[in-house]
Design a protein around this ligand. Structure first.
Ligand code: SF4
Ligand code: SF4
Ligand code: FES
Length: 228
């Protein structure tokens, strides 16, 4: 039988099933916390850190990722404070520097308040969010791809770099990858490393939404509610 706990998120008193994450609870109640590596039907690994919130305990607050934090009785969570917004903006900025050619990440960053990127562009084709690895293992039970290497060399690959026979060619890894949503003008060219802010989805920010909603393009793939 489901057991419920009472939590407070941004001043709203919410009853949520024990064992649910703070992020899922917030989304369920229309409080959109920006998130990238989270997909509602996959396990959470806390890879992107975009979903950080303040968890207030005895008057002191800790910054933590809301996708890996489960609701508990009496929990107090703040999702949109100055401190959270500043840290989140920096995380989003680092993600753009890592992979500036993803429209999903550009959109997310713009909505997190990033106007310019102070870090050198790496033009990587992966932000190590692990969406592809998890969908392959958890939905298709294939484990045809995984993380390889450490530090700067860490990337996603097939075993020994060759597609195995047990890859089911389902395409889910590609479908969930934020890198496959390219900017309208295509990949960035040298000397044009800026966020254009012209994407259609970026204009949606003019519509009434909770302050914390970033209208991320990724919302389409996990049905956050705004794209239903
Ligand atoms: S296409 Fe292959 S590697 Fe990709 S999710 Fe499906 S089984 Fe895994
Ligand atoms: S390949 Fe795409 S989905 Fe997989 S970890 Fe990298 S960015 Fe994420
Ligand atoms: S969505 Fe929580 S760390 Fe990525």
């Amino acid at each position: 039988m489901l057991q419920y706990v009472n939590v407070n998120i941004d001043g709203a008193n919410i009853r949520a099933p024990r064992g649910t994450s703070v992020l899922d609870t917030a989304i369920e109640y229309g409080i959109c916390i920006p998130h990238l590596c989270h997909v509602s039907y996959l396990s959470d690994i806390g890879a992107c850190r975009l979903c950080i919130v303040e968890h207030v305990v005895n008057g002191r607050s800790n910054i933590t990722t809301s996708c890996t934090l489960n609701v508990e009785e009496g929990m107090v969570i703040l999702t949109n404070t100055d401190r959270v917004r500043k840290l989140r903006r920096n995380i989003a900025e680092l993600l753009v520097a890592q992979a500036p050619n993803s429209r999903a990440i550009q959109d997310m960053a713009v909505r997190c308040g990033v106007k310019e990127v102070r870090y050198p562009f790496r033009n990587a084709d992966c932000v190590l969010c692990g969406r592809c690895v998890r969908v392959c293992a958890e939905v298709w039970q294939a484990r045809a791809i995984g993380f390889v290497g450490r530090g700067k060399d860490r990337h996603v690959d097939y075993p020994f770099g060759v597609r195995p026979d047990f890859c089911k060619l389902c395409g889910s890894c590609v479908q969930l990858c934020p890198m496959t949503i390219t900017p309208c003008d295509g990949p960035m060219k040298p000397g044009e490393e800026y966020l254009c802010g012209k994407c259609e989805s970026q204009l949606m920010i003019a519509e009434p939404t909770p302050d914390s909603c970033v209208w991320c393009k990724l919302g389409e793939s996990f049905g956050c509610g705004r794209y239903a």
